[in-house]
Design a protein around this ligand. Structure first.
Ligand code: FAD
Length: 305
């Protein structure tokens, strides 16, 4: 079994940033990636809030990240982690094709967007459907849009969109919001915002791109059609953490609470960063900052400068 000083699970912005710092500091580090290097940004049509680039497509930025990883001569293993356990002082990382061990592990495996599970949802992705208003909202400047969800993320992104869109509809399947009441009140101060509850989306309408959404009142079954050019399902994220088999690491949502400055979990030698942490806003720069802080703490843990 190959043993490393550090194994990083996930080659997104958090994992890549950490790997480069550790490698440059002389750590025997490997990054294990189960899909496409660069992480979730691969599915972002455009990124134009990342300093250094006026505008860049998500896949192009992912290639840039991967190029930097290669330039730093970081070893990357293409494999999917199925189990992470700890045996005395060593972490055991079981993958689909192989098994590895390490003194320290960084979990940077991110999240998956919860989908609406409606026909045409995938077809309209990037053609009217986006899972990040903060990232893609400006493409819908002056247009009518719909936010779906009742948590803080949905409410905050609806407020953000009310400043740029012509009209913002927000639908939620319950009459009560999971999110903060103050955010609901703030959204209601916008004349161009309408909250509709208890409604669910039942049909995505359009040819090559989204043109309207049929919604249904959960109690009365009454249906109506909202003519919108953009829709943001913000109904939650699914953390990529089912492989974590060490007790006490995950919280009840499957995200990983960490100590703020070091990104250390409750388990000695185990760190986590990026979207897998419990947080409202998930962005590249936050993932990278986590990576830098985790790298510093991993170096200290390994007794290196
Ligand atoms: C549509 C969209 C547009 C976005 N646009 C922007 C934007 O414009 N600006 C911005 O700042 N942010 C944007 N984001 C958010 C940004 O992509 C994330 O915040 C960022 O990628 C998080 O980085 P991460 O390293 O924590 O996780 P991720 O980027 O999610 O990387 C995690 C990696 O871990 C891998 N992985 C997961 N499980 C396993 C496993 N079991 N074994 C091995 N590998 C595994 C995954 O394949 C993935 O490559 C956008 C997100 C979406 C969905």
């Amino acid at each position: 079994m190959r043993t490393f000083e550090t194994i990083i699970i996930g080659a997104g912005p958090c994992g890549i940033r950490t790997a480069i710092i550790l490698k440059n500091a002389g750590v025997d580090v490997v990054i294990i990636e189960g899909s496409t290097p660069g992480g979730k940004i691969n599915i972002a049509p455009r990124v134009d809030n990342y300093p250094g680039y006026k505008m860049i497509s998500g896949p192009d930025l992912a290639v840039e990240f991967f190029t930097r990883l290669n330039a730093a001569s970081v070893e990357m293993i293409g494999d999917f982690v199925t189990s992470l356990t700890k045996n005395d002082d060593l972490f055991i990382v079981q993958c689909e094709n192989n098994i590895y061990a390490a003194k320290t592990v960084l979990i940077a495996s991110g999240t998956k967007e919860k989908k609406l599970a409606l026909p045409k949802e995938d077809k309209f992705f990037a053609h009217g459907i986006s899972y990040c208003a903060l990232c893609d909202g400006h493409f819908y400047k002056g247009q009518d849009i719909l936010i779906i969800g009742g948590g803080n993320t949905a409410l905050k992104e609806a407020i953000f969109m009310a400043d740029i869109a012509r009209h913002v509809y927000l639908i939620h399947r319950r009459n009560e919001f999971r999110g903060n009441r103050k955010l609901v009140d703030e959204l209601l101060t916008y004349p161009n915002a309408t909250i509709l509850t208890p409604y669910i989306p039942i049909e995505l309408i359009g040819g090559d791109k989204l043109e309207a959404i049929k919604i249904q009142n959960v109690e009365t079954k009454e249906e109506k059609v909202l003519h919108v050019q953009g829709a943001f399902p913000l109904v939650g994220q699914i953390p990529n953490s089912t492989f974590v088999k060490i007790p006490g690491v995950l919280d009840e949502w499957g995200t990983i609470p960490v100590e703020n400055k070091t990104k250390a979990t409750k388990v000695a030698g185990l760190f986590a960063g990026g979207d897998i942490l419990p947080r409202d806003v998930r962005q590249i720069y936050l993932a990278e900052v986590d990576g830098m802080m985790a790298a510093k703490a991993i170096l200290a843990y390994l007794g290196k400068n």
